[in-house]
Ligand binder design. Sequence first.
Ligand SMILES: Nc1nc2c(ncn2[C@@H]2O[C@H](COP(=O)(O)OP(=O)(O)O)[C@@H](O)[C@H]2O)c(=O)[nH]1
Ligand SMILES: [Mg+2]
Length: 313
Amino acid sequence: MKVFVQIPCLNEEATLPSVLESIPKQISGVDQLEILVVNDGSSDKTVEVAKKHGVKHFVHHTRNMGLARSFRDGVDYALKHGADIVVNTDGDNQYPQSRIADLVKPIINDQADIVIGDRQTAKIAHFSPFKKLMQRVGSRVVNFAAGTDLPDAASGFRAYSRNSLVKLNIVTQFSYCMETIIQAGNKRLRIASVKIETNKKTRESRLFKNIWHHMLQSGKAILRSYIMYRPHVIFATLGSVLFVVAAIPFIRFLIFFFQGESAGHLQSLIFGSAMLVGSLLSFALLIISDLQRTNRVLLEDQLERIKEIQYRK
Ligand SMILES: Nc1nc2c(ncn2[C@@H]2O[C@H](COP(=O)(O)OP(=O)(O)O)[C@@H](O)[C@H]2O)c(=O)[nH]1
Ligand SMILES: [Mg+2]
């Protein structure tokens, strides 16, 4: 069993040493434990610091490419180098690396494909009540879209089995955390959750300017992934609602018509027609997106087979 612990880093020279020092040297059930630093275009001494602490595996981005891309490239490197499990932790020492053994255990025991460290956000002291509420709402939305029941969808402290990584295809730029859950849920991967306590805050999140920014970006990512997997739900609902809204003025017009008041009431007809066009458009989009979905399924199947060949050990 080979485990890669990957740390995406953008200028983390200050906190990276504590992260590296707290990664366990040995884990029961794991034969090889490797550390991988994804240097996402750092301009500080992140790489030197990592080397000084004995890190041997690096992925370098000459320019900043963002966290989602860093994650993807790190995973690609790890799988190419024979990883059975990839653990992700952050360079800001937000997560308790000492708990990595608990993250990988359900995968080693074949009880889960993905394990998420639940930060128990309701208990985090430096989170405001509003932020706690939003974390809860956000996780609810993700769970709805993914068909899962996970307490902390935004946590980046996770372990992924090789099998799950071969199946996941990250396409959004930004919030891969939400996207991976929605994909994994829809692909019927087993996702487990392990309660963790987070470390003291070392610095502000650099990923999100503020909570509104976080909510907007996460919302976009969730909506995108949801439309990707269940377009029929959105467009069928929209089409049906518009159809009902269209039918009301039409029926009103017909009632007047049969009562002999055929003159006037054209407004109803115009409004009804506009709504009907909207409804038909939604149904057209439903058909198109459903065809797209078929294409995606075929493409993903192909990708999975290619990755199986590419990463064969
Ligand atoms: N902000 C930011 N972080 C990045 C980027 N690429 C990699 N990272 C790493 O992603 C992790 C999470 O970043 P952080 O600012 O702590 O965001 P948080 O997850 O909201 O706490 C850290 O380990 C960063 O070093 C990037 O382009 N921007
Ligand atoms: Mg952080």
